[in-house]
Write a protein that binds this ligand. Structure first.
Ligand code: GRF
Length: 188
């Protein structure tokens, strides 16, 4: 049985691409049933369409949040989605939405949680003088970046690293980590 995963993105969607490629491999435990975005112009949507993956876009502009989330929810359920993977989705999900999908939403965050929840993780790791940065895949709960950590990858911080150079190296690690951890998660 292949588990149907829906991915929420807001931007370039490079993690979504890594998940979609891995989901196409024979014997993969999951497949991507829908890529949805709050940004109709998100480049990742174009990529998904070009790769035969169903897409859905709904801007939340001028719409009450419950109505916006109901539209996303209906699209996900309509596509038969069982697990949601957030991949650069830059919007906070409401407690109601999280409750409706309790234990079935995961996210990738560019830090070694519980360190550096929220934004600007790479700058904060460099400023703190850390020797190691990384990324974490975690279950989404009502607490920002606070749910159970499912897996992490470490990335060294090198002399002269800027937030951009570090982000690039961490992103490559994200692309390796997320498909592996999602595969374990859907199977458990
Ligand atoms: C990644 O750094 C991810 O960790 C964070 O947002 C970024 C998304 O990048 N949550 P992409 O859209 O997957 O390329």
């Amino acid at each position: 049985m292949t588990v149907k995963v829906g991915i929420l993105i807001s931007g370039r969607g490079s993690n979504m691409m890594a998940l979609a490629e891995a989901g196409k491999a024979s014997g993969a435990p999951y497949e991507i049933a829908l890529v949805a975005s709050d940004k109709p112009e998100a480049p990742g949507l174009t990529w998904a369409e070009g790769h035969g993956i169903a897409t859905f876009a709904q801007s939340p502009k001028g719409m009450p949040k419950p109505e916006y989330e109901a539209a996303i929810d209906a699209a996900l359920r309509g596509a038969g989605v069982e697990i949601i993977a957030l991949a650069g989705y830059m919007r906070l999900l409401s407690d109601d939405f999280v409750a409706r999908w309790r234990g079935r939403i995961v996210n990738i965050h560019p830090s070694l949680l519980p360190k550096y929840k929220g934004l600007d993780t790479h700058a904060r790791a460099i400023d703190a003088g850390d020797a190691v940065a990384g990324c974490s895949v975690h279950v989404v709960t009502e607490e920002l970046d606070g749910g159970e950590v499912l897996g992490q990858a470490e990335v060294p911080i090198l002399p002269g690293d800027t937030p951009d150079t570090l982000a690039e190296r961490v992103l490559a690690a994200e692309h390796r980590l997320y498909p592996r951890i999602l595969a374990d998660f859907v199977a458990r």
